[in-house]
Write a protein that binds this ligand. Structure first.
Ligand SMILES: *[C@@H]1O[C@H](CO)[C@@H](O)[C@H](O)[C@H]1NC(C)=O
Ligand SMILES: *[C@@H]1O[C@H](CO)[C@@H](O)[C@H](O)[C@H]1NC(C)=O
Ligand SMILES: *[C@@H]1O[C@H](CO)[C@@H](O)[C@H](O)[C@H]1NC(C)=O
Ligand SMILES: *[C@@H]1O[C@H](CO)[C@@H](O)[C@H](O)[C@H]1NC(C)=O
Ligand SMILES: *[C@@H]1O[C@H](CO)[C@@H](O)[C@H](O)[C@H]1NC(C)=O
Ligand SMILES: *[C@@H]1O[C@H](CO)[C@@H](O)[C@H](O)[C@H]1NC(C)=O
Ligand SMILES: *[C@@H]1O[C@H](CO)[C@@H](O)[C@H](O)[C@H]1NC(C)=O
Ligand SMILES: *[C@@H]1O[C@H](CO)[C@@H](O)[C@H](O)[C@H]1NC(C)=O
Ligand SMILES: *[C@@H]1O[C@H](CO)[C@@H](O)[C@H](O)[C@H]1NC(C)=O
Ligand SMILES: *[C@@H]1O[C@H](CO)[C@@H](O)[C@H](O)[C@H]1NC(C)=O
Ligand SMILES: *[C@@H]1O[C@H](CO)[C@@H](O)[C@H](O)[C@H]1NC(C)=O
Length: 778
């Protein structure tokens, strides 16, 4: 069986408006995705447990703390300032937690300690040093009425004036400041960003690098007044305009002179518009009139002009993202046009800036803001949350700083704030629950929207969570972070959370928020359509962390340039021929070697003991602390009359039971992908990663169930996809194969904790009868 990609080419045109990945000029193009900067490996390769940690940043607080203590002793007259000073010095003394260097997302390493003074309920402490209030507070804000002073975008002058003192008194601002200076020096030593057209991904990566540099250079310039950074920024701007002279054949003059910012892939245009807007605004006072005019000309020619066309000209397709697309494209594109427009409003003689501001805000409210479903989940997967939420946060922050209002962008979706919890709960003990398309992490899209959302939605735990993450050092963080935040995000935070919107039914369960060896299980059901074609056929898919490593994991995204990868999410889509996207490539049941039904409407139920972690980072749940998730996923299968899957934590969250009740009219397989070395023996399997071990056993083998393994490659009965699959090096599939019939298949996962924990064997309870106490004792 082979697939002819040309066979149905003509049909794609019909669906272009429904298909986020379509362009007329190039056919299928690549939606935004994170791409790690080439050549910078941020983690040690698969299979290394989190054992060796580098403690890098913990000293910052100690040094500054000493200094602060001596100066604060003179201010003991007023009780409030003394309380503020002692909370400031406690904060400085605690410093910044180190991050692990060898886990994929470089998770924070929380010290094993009890600090009841510091690790308290998340709060904003108004007695502590914080930002002054903005004197620009128009009674009737208008998108066309900007603040009188510069900068307008994100970081107004009053914040720059307050920043040095806050940096000196806050260990996070201090460490981020140092990192941004360091990053700016690193970029400074490089040639101007080299133009690179990455096939269908356009020039997105290089556009984001330009933006990243402008932010860092602008930050250092405004903190030092050193005009070196003005000249260096000008070099980047000229280069990205196609006017660069420095680096020969690879400058942006290689791009078409009438469309240098690649409006066919509008994300590129938008990110460069944002970069130019920041540059125009943050350096406004020091640019010459000629420089300002050049920046405006280029921004209008290659950014805002194409933006007006995208919005108003029905004979171009470049604005498809404005047409009912609830996802990251809408957020990023509207944001770039908004930042660029706000920057030049008042100086713009074309009228484009005001025209666009009359369009982008309403459009983002109707689309971008709805990418979050009512339980907080970003419907395009966890990876796209980074891009979408960054665009959303930049746009809201720019509107507020420039004009005094977000016009409802933050609140039009009353559940948007929950997306902070979505990200926190999707973050496992080692890495994300990376269902669907998911690439390696990178620096140009961060989770720092959480810092803005913490203040905007009065959710201090978002800031407390994000400030210790590896990607927190970012110029935006310097202005979004409220240094009055205090406490510990984990204090009082439930260990479990269920997300029950039908689009992405999923649940997160763990044994601790602060122990990198914690048990973490996450599982999903949800519909297989409605994700901007970024999902997999993965109802029932789960991941499992324990002992500092991931035991059941995801394969991530395929090659975005593979033909038909983004064609559509119908049953016949070639997307589902790629191993990483098909049901076979997921940690779920595969019936009759066939993909799941894309019209599946699974249901879910769940239970949680509502266990919360307390103040201490050292936390052991009670023995009856538990959580479970059960889905009826019958509708996902063509050759089964009943399929239910349940997963639960056992033995005080030390073990995991996965139970499948299935009546299949064809043979089927239970499949799980792991980086472990696997040894099977009948109903047992022993998984090892480094020096860690996980025992897996089939509890009820009377139906003849035994374990086998295979490589993570397509079955030889599968149709051949239009392009070869990516390899999955080091990955083994643990399999149970059974003939048609009715089964109650129970698989018990027992991590070898080696801490005196004795394993339990749970009773056999039908999924319909699961409750919080059903497995308490056998
Ligand atoms: C920010 O970091 C730079 C480089 O480490 C340092 O020179 C500067 O003093 C810092 N700024 C503040 C306000 O501490
Ligand atoms: C920025 O600096 C941090 C800390 O100094 C470093 O870990 C990171 O790799 C740098 N990022 C880039 C993009 O250079
Ligand atoms: C930079 O210049 C501005 C405006 O003149 C001034 O307010 C600020 O203090 C200067 N900053 C430094 C670090 O010299
Ligand atoms: C780039 O060159 C064009 C054509 O000469 C000019 O109109 C524009 O202002 C220049 N832009 C920049 C940023 O140098
Ligand atoms: C609309 O786009 C078409 C195709 O690019 C172009 O020829 C036409 O001039 C545009 N119309 C307007 C009013 O800008
Ligand atoms: C899921 O969330 C969307 C908002 O994004 C809402 O319109 C819909 O009603 C929700 N569905 C369910 C079943 O809660
Ligand atoms: C293998 O390890 C990598 C890196 O930690 C992780 O991203 C991936 O999901 C793991 N794969 C599996 C199948 O567990
Ligand atoms: C979906 O895409 C496939 C190619 O992957 C194509 O054959 C099919 O016709 C498309 N279906 C629709 C409804 O567009
Ligand atoms: C957990 O909290 C939810 C929501 O408040 C509540 O409905 C449920 O009864 C609680 N369960 C237990 C076991 O306390
Ligand atoms: C497990 O037990 C049930 C009865 O409780 C039986 O029907 C089934 O065949 C057994 N084996 C498997 C693999 O489900
Ligand atoms: C929980 O399940 C067990 C076992 O099925 C049952 O005996 C018990 O009555 C159930 N408890 C509740 C509160 O439903």
């Amino acid at each position: 069986m082979s697939y002819d990609p040309l066979q149905s080419q003509h049909q794609h045109q019909v669906y272009q408006n429904e298909d986020p990945a379509y362009t007329q000029s190039t056919g299928y193009i690549t939606p935004a995705r994170p791409v790690k900067p080439k050549g910078t490996s941020k983690w040690i390769k698969i299979g290394i447990p989190l054992a060796v940690l580098v403690i890098a940043a913990a000293v910052v607080g100690g040094i500054l703390g000493t200094r602060k203590n001596s100066s604060s002793s003179s201010s003991s007259t007023a009780a409030a300032s003394s309380a503020a000073a002692s909370s400031a010095s406690a904060k400085l003394a605690a410093g910044v937690f180190a991050t692990a260097t060898n886990s994929e997302y470089m998770i924070p390493v929380y010290p094993s300690t009890t600090n009841t003074a510091l690790y308290t309920t998340p709060t904003f402490n108004s007695a502590a040093a914080g930002w002054p209030s903005d004197t620009f507070a128009p009674a009737t804000p208008s998108v066309l009425s900007v603040r009188p002073d510069r900068p307008r975008l994100i970081a107004p002058a009053y914040k720059w004036a307050a920043l040095p003192a806050l940096v000196a008194s806050d260990p996070y601002l201090s460490s981020w400041n140092a990192s941004i200076f360091n990053n700016a020096s690193q970029y400074d030593a490089l040639p101007a960003v080299v133009y690179f057209m990455d096939g269908d991904s356009g020039i997105l990566d290089v556009a984001r690098q330009v933006k990243q540099r402008v932010k860092a250079f602008g930050y250092v310039y405004r903190m030092t007044n050193n005009t070196h950074w003005v000249d260096r920024t000008w070099e980047e701007l000229q280069n990205a305009a196609g006017n660069g002279t420095s680096s020969g054949s690879s400058t942006w003059s290689a791009a078409p002179a009438d469309d240098r910012w690649n409006s066919a892939h509008f994300l590129d245009t938008a990110e460069l518009s944002a970069a130019y807007g920041i540059a125009y605004d943050w350096f406004y006072d020091i640019w010459t009139d000629d420089q300002r005019e050049s920046i405006r000309w280029t921004l209008i020619q290659y950014g805002l002009g194409p933006g007006v066309q995208a919005y108003t000209n029905s004979s171009v397709f470049t604005g498809w993202w404005a047409n009912n697309i609830e996802g990251n494209w809408n957020c990023v594109c509207n944001n770039g046009l908004t930042m660029g427009s706000l920057a030049i409003l008042g100086d713009d003689t074309t009228g484009y800036a005001s025209q666009l501001l009359g369009l982008t805000v309403d459009n983002a409210k109707a689309n971008c803001a709805l990418a979050v479903s009512n339980d907080g989940t970003w419907q395009e997967t966890n990876d796209y949350w980074y891009f979408g939420s960054t665009g959303h946060a930049e746009m809201a922050a720019s509107l507020i700083s420039a004009t005094g209002s977000d016009y409802g962008l933050l609140t039009v979706n009353p559940n948007f704030y929950k997306t902070g919890l979505f990200h926190m709960y999707a973050s496992g003990a080692t890495t994300l629950f990376q269902w669907g398309d998911n690439g390696p992490n990178k620096y140009t899209a961060t989770a720092n929207s959480l810092l803005l959302y913490a203040s905007a939605y009065n959710q201090p735990q978002f800031a407390l969570f994000q400030r210790d993450q590896y990607d927190a050092a970012d110029p935006w963080s310097m202005f979004w972070y409220n240094p009055q935040v205090s406490g510990a995000f984990w204090d009082g935070l439930p260990l479990d959370q269920a997300f029950d919107n039908s689009t992405d039914q999923w649940m997160s369960m763990r044994s601790s928020w602060t122990d990198q060896n914690a048990l973490f299980v996450a599982i999903k059901a949800g519909t297989l359509q409605g994700h901007q074609t970024h999902n997999d056929l993965d109802v029932g898919d789960f991941v499992l962390d324990a002992l500092g490593t991931r035991w059941a994991g995801e394969l991530g995204d395929g090659d975005y340039l593979s033909p038909y990868y983004f064609s559509n999410d119908t049953q016949g889509s070639a997307r589902w021929m790629y191993y990483r996207k098909m049901t076979e490539g997921q940690n779920t049941l595969l019936v009759n070697s066939a993909n799941q039904d894309v019209t599946a409407k699974p249901t879910m139920k769940y239970g949680t003991s509502n266990t919360t972690q307390g103040s201490s980072t050292v936390f052991t749940p009670d023995s009856d602390s538990t959580a479970y998730f059960v889905t009826d996923m019958t509708s996902a299968y063509f050759d089964a009359t009943s399929v239910k899957r349940g997963i639960r934590l056992l033995n005080g969250r030390k073990q995991v039971l996965l139970q499948d009740e299935i009546t299949a009219s064809a043979s089927f397989m239970w499949r799980m992908h792991t980086n472990a070395t696997v040894k099977t023996s009948g109903t047992s399997a022993t998984l090892t990663i480094g020096d860690k071990t996980m025992d897996v056993s089939i509890l009820n083998a009377s139906g003849g169930a035994t374990f086998t393994t295979s490589a993570a490659t397509r079955l030889n009965t599968d149709v051949t996809p239009p392009a070869p699959d990516q390899e999955n090096p080091g990955v083994t599939v643990l399999i149970i194969s059974l003939p048609a019939g009715t089964y109650n298949l129970q698989v018990l996962f027992s991590p070898q904790w080696n801490d005196g924990t004795s394993a339990v064997t749970p009773p056999s309870i039908a999924l319909d009868d699961w409750n919080l106490t059903s497995h308490n004792s056998s």
